[in-house]
Design a protein around this ligand. Structure first.
Ligand code: HSE
Length: 438
């Protein structure tokens, strides 16, 4: 093979990064592949905007369908995002014998079975390193470098926007969630409609892909417990501090034999946990493999060049395969397409962990005993309790940390506590990841 030709669909932020890397690092990329890797065509609806990179006008087109059918192109890079026309373009690329690189986590998380199945049927490769944790090569590490391991535990910060907001609230515990969100939007970290990020959907899409790689379990997002950070109150951030914790939006995967716990929610993490130091827009993945022990991955989860770095990593892997005529070396999710995982994802009601519970109660005799009485009736053992000073409303905030308890018991107890006349509103419940509490 004289050269490997690439077609790029989507000339936005990441697409521009891809073009930049292919141009600026052309010498090392060609040397590493052994044959030239060339960008043959770029498809985008907007051919006017100056992206700050030089490309020959002749390779620009608005016709993405022509690109995925171009017989000279071997690898299609899909960076338009969204479900359609991205899905149909990818399927058409497979039908035309192309391999596909994409950063489209939402598409793969929601339509994975159809897309991975089509790639398998067509004998094509699909790679998506940029879909999870931007520039951090976590997927390839799970699929190849760490293939010797059973994954006992994965805790991951997978959304830079949420981590930026939580870090800002932690640094300045007097600012509200809304103020920090506005700052994140002004700095260009959060979208005008930030709901995909702050409601946890973006992280949950990434969790679905990671779970496919760690355990071979493929589930739709809607089957997972997903909670975002919209309801995080500065008071809880301050209380977390008092207990030497930080609040992070975590994707949690834990093995229980063949079954797993897989969930996404705000979590109290000890201040000395390696992930507690992953601040700002950075992403981090902490994992424990049965053979390798603990590992921490840290880096930028978004942005033009870091994300494009991951895209190019996939492009080069494919170009090497194409140049040698050997594709399909490693299945995209690390298990053969025909393999069926023996385990299942536990319901959230089945999990067992430690909890932070905060209530607002009347400052009267017997209140704590009523609340703790309900907790004891549901087998919930209190690890520590802190009552703060009375507020202008006449209520006092009381925070409990619990020993390990069953989620179903916590939910029932909280439901009963919220019905007490002496308690204002529903308890705030935040799960804790701390192996030193039992
Ligand atoms: N919006 C994501 C984040 C990056 O804030 O981390 C793309 O998944």
């Amino acid at each position: 093979m004289k050269e490997v030709s690439i077609g790029l669909i989507g000339f936005g932020t990441v697409g521009t990064g891809v073009v930049k890397i292919l141009q600026e690092n052309r010498d090392i990329l060609d040397a590493r592949v052994g044959v030239p890797v060339r960008l043959k065509r770029i498809a985008d609806l907007d051919l006017q905007t100056d992206r700050g990179v030089n490309v020959e006008r002749s390779i620009l087109t608005t016709d993405a369908w022509g690109l995925v059918r171009d017989p000279e192109i071997s690898v299609v890079v899909e960076l338009i995002g969204g479900y359609e026309p991205a899905k149909s373009l990818i399927l058409e690329a497979f039908r035309n014998g192309k391999h596909v690189v994409t950063a489209n986590k939402a598409l793969l998380a929601e339509h994975g079975p159809e897309i991975f199945g089509a790639a398998y049927k067509a004998g094509a490769d699909i790679a998506f390193e940029a879909a999870v944790a931007g520039g951090i090569p976590i997927l390839r590490s799970l699929r190849e470098g760490l293939v010797a391991n059973r994954f006992e535990k994965v805790l991951a910060i997978l959304n830079g926007t949420c981590n930026f907001i939580l870090t800002a609230m932690d640094t300045n515990p007097r600012v509200s969630f809304d103020e920090v969100l506005r700052e994140a939007q002004a700095l260009g970290y959060a979208e005008a409609d930030p709901s995909l990020d702050i409601d946890g959907i973006d992280s949950a899409h990434k969790l679905v892909l990671v779970l496919g790689l760690t355990h071979g379990i493929r589930v739709p997002v809607k089957s997972l417990h997903v909670e975002g950070i919209r309801n995080i109150d500065p008071f809880d951030v301050r209380m977390a501090h008092e207990f030497s914790y930080k609040i992070k939006l975590l994707a949690v995967i834990k093995s229980h034999g063949d079954d797993v716990d897989a969930r996404l929610h705000p979590t109290l993490l000890p201040e000395n946990h390696p992930l507690a130091r992953v601040d700002g827009v950075f992403n981090g993945i902490y994992l424990r493999g049965d053979m390798v022990g603990e590992q921490l991955f840290y880096g930028r989860g978004a942005g033009c060049e870091p994300t494009a770095s991951a895209v190019i990593g996939d492009v080069i892997e494919m170009a090497r395969g194409v140049a040698r005529g050997e594709v399909g070396r490693v299945p995209p999710l690390g298990y053969p397409e025909t393999w069926k995982a023996p385990g299942r994802v536990k319901q959230i009601s089945e999990i067992n962990t430690n909890y932070y519970l905060r209530i607002h109660a009347m400052d009267r005799p017997g209140v704590l005993s009523k609340v703790s009485g309900i907790m004891s009736e549901h087998d919930i053992s209190i690890h520590s309790v802190v009552q703060k000073v009375r507020q202008s409303s006449g209520t006092v905030p009381v925070v409990f940390l619990t020993h390990r308890a069953k989620e179903a018991d916590i939910q029932t107890a909280c439901e009963r506590i919220s019905r007490l006349e002496i308690v204002e509103g529903a308890p705030v419940v935040i799960r804790i990841e701390d192996e030193t509490l039992d």
